[in-house]
Design a protein around this ligand. Structure first.
Ligand code: PLZ
Length: 443
């Protein structure tokens, strides 16, 4: 509301303001219908945890551009590295004339990814592209066709990634034949079932061993903490059972850490704190602090399976994107980000738990570290999802200076992805707005 006198939120027009509205008209006329907007707010600049729109309104960001700016918006070391690299070498194509920063980033990812075995990496542009390549690598390594994925999974929008993604509408809607040889197992979803790791693993085994055969399975792909699916953390025992099954059957186990990686859960990789050692890990989003970059990192012998020229691309591992990633790693190594992420996670969790105690609408609080969500339900007994309430809260939030995203197969989750540099005061200010939205939506 105009005249809000809180510290960081500063609203000088109703939201969306006149400039955002005018831009949305131009967007409707010029841009395809397909891309969706979580909020109708056109952003002009952002720094740290704050975002300024075209009308000069200032918001607290609880979305981080879908979990990308984990080190904050426009962090100085990252912006500086990008500027310097852009002035030196903007593009060369690693497929034409290779350059050192690409190699250095691979070396550093190999050293940091979980697992005390020899590793190699490959760089691409987007999360979906990393997923596509991870599957190609697994198929080349095993010579097998099948891939097992999970309910509520999100792996991207390209053909194989879209096939692996669970939700049909909107992601697969109208896009005809999907990839073959993809099988889907239930994900352990404590709130809605399968409730235990043991039950989920028994169901997984049935898919992997009955719907197909382990000897036909190239890869199992799992998000250690599901993102779009509603911030569902996989239990350690479930991941351990998958690890043992894949090792026994020579199946490549892929962890998709595109959303849960790069500090989002309080450790560089979520797998680290889950005691999980996948064969391949896909990263993107937080990897380059806001530049488009993704990676596949994993066992050297698997990564080397595709023959020379079989994986690559014109832009993959662009020099400025790589420079940004090296600066992001520098920020993690300098020590401040992860402890702050953990503290943020604790503060966020206690606030969300207090909502669960106070409001019947909040059916579940879950996640890992500062990657947390609440699931809203119409009735705690039936657990009927409340996507309308989620939409109302998201709208209340942007109208009052907070950017927050929904999630979940039923659209019933509010997910919190604050930049990991968010201060306690900013978090509290933003959560006051969310809480007022919850009360208004029926509490
Ligand atoms: N794997 C686990 O979370 C991207 C997508 C939003 P890209 N998630 C946000 C949307 O509506 O498209 C994601 C992810 C996980 C893969 C991807 C895909 O990453 O960089 O969007 O291709």
């Amino acid at each position: 509301m105009p005249g809000t006198d809180t510290k960081d939120i500063r609203l000088i027009t109703a939201v969306p303001g006149p400039k955002s509205r005018a831009l949305m008209e131009r967007r409707r006329a010029a841009v395809a219908r397909g891309p969706f907007h979580g909020t109708p707010v056109f952003v002009e600049s952002a720094h740290g945890a704050l975002l300024t729109d075209a009308d000069g309104n200032r918001f607290i960001d609880l979305a981080s551009g879908i979990g990308v700016v984990n080190c904050g918006h426009t962090p100085e070391p990252v912006v500086k590295a990008v500027r310097e690299q852009a002035g030196r070498l903007l593009h060369a194509s690693f497929n034409t004339t290779p350059y050192e920063p690409y190699v250095e980033l691979c070396e550093r990812l190999n050293a940091k990814a979980p697992g005390a075995f020899a590793k190699k990496s490959f760089l691409a542009n987007s999360g979906a592209e990393a997923v596509e390549n991870a599957v190609k690598i697994a198929r080349a390594h095993t010579g097998r066709p099948a891939v097992v994925c999970f309910e509520h999974a999100f792996h991207g929008r390209t053909w194989m990634a879209m096939t692996l993604t669970a939700k049909a509408k909107p992601y697969k809607y109208g896009f005809g034949a999907l990839c073959s040889d993809v099988y889907r197992a239930p994900f352990p979803y404590a709130y809605r079932g399968p409730a235990t790791a043991a039950e989920a693993f028994a169901r997984f085994k049935e898919v992997a061993a009955v719907q197909t055969a382990p000897s036909q399975v190239a890869a199992v792909i799992i998000e250690p903490v599901q993102g779009e699916g509603g911030f569902l953390p996989a239990p350690r025992e479930f991941l351990a059972a998958l690890r043992a099954f894949c090792s026994e059957h020579g199946i490549v186990l892929i962890a998709d850490e595109i959303q849960c990686g790069f500090g989002r859960t309080g450790t560089l990789f979520a797998s680290e704190q889950l005691g999980f050692e996948p064969d391949l890990i896909t990263t993107a989003k937080g990897l380059a602090g806001g530049m488009p970059l993704s990676a596949v990192t994993g066992r050297a012998e698997m990564m080397d399976a595709p023959v020379e020229g079989a994986i690559g691309g014109t832009f993959g591992g662009n020099p400025s994107a790589v420079a940004a990633a090296l600066a992001v790693l520098g920020m993690f190594e300098s020590g401040g980000v992860l402890p702050r992420a953990k503290a943020l996670g604790d503060a966020l969790r206690s606030r969300l738990e207090s909502w669960k105690a106070a409001y019947a609408l909040v059916g579940d609080v879950r996640g890992l570290g500062p990657m947390l969500a609440v699931e809203l339900v119409k009735d705690r007994a039936t657990k009927e999802p409340a996507p309308e309430a989620v939409k109302a809260v998201v709208k209340h939030c942007y109208e009052n200076g907070v950017i927050v995203l929904s999630a979940g197969s039923y659209g019933s989750c509010l997910r919190f992805l604050p930049p990991l540099v968010t201060t306690d005061a900013q978090l509290a200010e933003a959560l006051d707005v969310v809480e007022a939205g919850l009360k208004k939506a029926g509490g």
